[in-house]
Design a protein around this ligand. Sequence first.
Ligand code: ADP
Length: 481
Amino acid sequence: MLKLNDPALLRSQCYVDGSWIGEGVDAVDNPATGELLAKVPRFGANETTAAVEAASRAFKPWAKKSAKERSTILRKWFELIMANQEDLAQIMTAEQGKPLAEARGEVAYAASFVEFYAEEAKRIYGETIPSPFPNSRIIVQKQPVGVCAAITPWNFPAAMITRKCAPGLAAGCTFVVKPAPDTPLTALALVELAERAGFPKGVINVVTGDAAAIGGVMTSHPTVRFIGFTGSTPVGKLLMQQAASTVKKVGLELGGNAPFIVFDDADVDAAVQGAIAAKFRNMGQTCVCTNRLFVQEGIHDEFVAKFAGEVARMKVGNGVEVGVVQGPLINARAVEKVERHVADAVAGGAKVVTGGKRHALGRSFYEPTVLSGVTTKMLVTREETFGPVAPVYSFKNEDEVVALANDTPFGLAAYFYTRDLGRAFRVAEELEYGMVGINSAMLGTEVAPFGGVKESGLGREGSLHGIDEFVEMKYMLVGGL
Ligand code: ADP
């Protein structure tokens, strides 16, 4: 059983218009043990419409508060999240599976967006433009877009919510959030803390249940003016299509197929450490996780030996146990995908250097795996594996590897290691990706714009640019002066 310092954080009802409502229907399980953690409501279109209406009623008063008032409440929410970091991490590991150290890290990362946008709330500046018309002024003011909806995934149950809500709340928007069915408890705990921080009723609402019905209302209700989504590309495309009928703003953080390139001139040990971090965080279940490793032929064998040695030493188990760095995958479907990708690679001639099968612990545990001799025809190249499998390719030169890296419809994160300054700039600029790590494998920070190009998404989250999604510019021409 989950032991929390504050058991009241374990909420299993939805939060709409300042009330906790709904009966527990859908089970939330611990992927490491199979234990039932809670049952959450199965809301549909009617309940979602009610949540949108609550957010709509709350919008004007929230938008009319001074920026400083909104900032103060956001700041309080940040402080409460950090004060309850351990409980939130315990809830997250229980429902999601990631090791406790990573869960604590995610809570701090999630909180950092709330802190950052509590500060930015006060800096949503407009502009004045020299007018071409006599006796007039041109003023541009930024106003909140209105009611926003957010649909979030299970891999970052806290951060994907705060990364969307914090900038929107700072700007004066109100929210209806639908967390992933695997990980609603972290979302509900966060909103419990939001309630304690003093957000007025209706400003943040959380609904769980029938994804298609909830998403249908979020994308068609005329009052919703922005829909933010993090998840798979097919669902992102569907939501974008649905949102077209009422011309909503959309923010999409979709799939990736991140290349990780190691050039002959790289610091091999640093590249190995970078590859471990970029590949195996959250058991390979992040959209910025390395999906393909390209290693130049001169250092290929040395890199593979060192990398596989590290991977083979990784401790797999329940994320709450000391020393565990790899937990279970989120569910049976996730393991089946990993198995399919590995079987396809092996059938095509790839070699299993380490791992390569389900872990002896059973359930959704999978051995951290390194494959070599991989080719670009295999599923591990073409699709996002979203699991602890590192396929390694050997390449000859820079032009070849840049072409290989760009040969995908996705464009979220890319990484490369080199000590040649000219190459660093050349390759970074050639890579068709929204984010590039150069001798660096951890991109996430609230101060930088996170997002992708091509089919990886639209818009940016984090940084001062993150506010842009949640404001409209109003141009005012003042004449007769
Ligand atoms: P994954 O396959 O990794 O779970 P999804 O894109 O299916 O990725 O899930 C991300 C989020 O999108 C989850 O909250 C999920 O419930 C939601 N979702 C899935 N299908 C739909 C849909 N048709 N409409 C709205 N939301 C959806």
